[in-house]
Write a protein that binds this ligand. Structure first.
Ligand code: GDD
Ligand code: MG
Length: 334
């Protein structure tokens, strides 16, 4: 089986971390989001994949020069300009020659344990042009909402409905099985939204099906969900124990709870780090306090500074001593 992996977005909601690295190259406990996605594709029988690249494509190519991830042969397709989700699938599938058999398309920022081989089997049984994996969420307003009938046929595809107006709590979980005929719905070189144009047209033609599957699922595209997926992983392993890389240095008089401390990071005396992610090479100064926040690679949090409520510190940024931030992006981005 082949797969198109969408990784070309700007990662706006995860700035400033995504100013230097695309979202899917951010680490989730030492392993990039992209590798986690590819590992699950491999488990589901995918042997060949193309990355639909747009933003910072060279970061991917430099990280995986061998052209192989988790045993999956990788192709790279760089869009001349952002073509949106549908346009990107069309561009990448054509560039890799994935135009003659059933293929998977997947959002590269989704961490889950979906059985992809089973989704493919259900798609074949439905016999439509496309089958979507659905997952239940509390607030569907930041997702594509997908009501289905008893047979699994999609009744409507409503991308990001206004809060309180969604007809269902089951949302598009970002993994699709598609027939090559879907590519005929995507004119080459044009900007096309899969969710706002291609899927609604397939619904009108009765060609779109969906499978409700409520396993572990997170779209790691916001500071809150990115931090959550990392903490979920360590808590699945060892409840409330911090995951500390072997070569990081935590002072005996520092407190680290329910947090990820990356390779080479330093936590100085009297510092408190709780429910947070401290990325590789970062330093948390003496008596600084970091709660429910993300400190980017090689950043320096000055002595006595206080960060809380999903504050995000960018790559190599210095946070002044004794400063205080809550829910901030440092530096501020638009
Ligand atoms: N190559 C390329 N080009 N990739 C893109 C482009 C583009 O122009 N625009 C977005 N992407 C990639 C992103 O990098 C991401 O991996 C994926 O497409 C989805 O984009 P997001 O920006 O993360 O979309 P979203 O999270 O708001 O919504 C999507 O995912 C939800 C589930 O996580 C939609 O598919 C929703 O319907 C869905 O519920
Ligand atoms: Mg997303």
């Amino acid at each position: 089986m082949r797969a198109v992996v969408l990784v070309g977005g700007f990662g706006t909601r995860l700035r400033p971390l995504t100013l230097s690295a695309p979202k899917q190259m951010l680490p989730v406990n030492g392993v990039t989001m992209l590798e986690r996605v590819i590992m699950n594709l491999a488990r589901g029988g995918v042997t060949e994949a193309v990355l639909a690249l747009g933003y910072l494509p060279e970061v991917f190519q430099e990280a995986f020069p061998s052209g192989e991830i988790a045993g999956v042969t990788m192709h790279y397709a760089v869009e001349p300009e952002p073509l949106d989700t549908g346009g990107a699938i069309g561009f990448a599938a054509r560039a890799a020659g994935f135009t003659d058999e059933t293929f998977i398309a997947i959002n590269g920022d989704v961490i889950n344990d979906l059985d992809i081989a089973e989704l493919v089997a259900k798609h074949r049984a439905f016999g439509g042009e496309g089958t979507i994996h659905l997952t239940p969420v509390d607030d569907p307003s930041r997702f594509g909402v997908v009501p289905i009938d008893e047979e699994g046929r999609v009744e409507a595809f409503i991308e990001k409905p206004p809060a309180g107006q969604a007809p269902s709590n089951w949302i598009n979980a970002g993994t699709y099985v598609l027939e090559p005929s879907v590519l005929d719905r995507i004119p080459p070189g044009e900007k096309v939204s899969l969710e706002r144009a291609v899927f609604p047209a397939m619904v009108d033609d009765g060609q779109l099906y969906a499978v409700q599957e409520a396993g572990y699922w997170v779209d790691a595209g916001t500071p809150q969900s990115y931090l959550q997926v990392a903490l979920d992983l360590i808590n699945g392993v060892q409840a409330n124990e911090p995951a500390v890389a072997a070569d990081s240095v935590v002072d005996d008089e520092a407190v680290v709870e329910n947090s990820i401390i990356g390779s080479g990071a330093i936590i100085d005396r009297g510092a408190v780090v709780r429910d947070s992610m401290i990325q590789r090479g970062a330093r948390i100064g003496a008596d600084a306090v970091v709660i429910a926040s993300i400190v980017g690679p090689n950043a320096l949090v000055g002595n006595g500074a206080r960060l809380s409520d999903l504050t995000v510190v960018g790559d190599s940024i210095t946070v002044g001593a004794n400063t205080e931030y809550s829910g901030a992006k440092i530096p501020e981005t638009d």
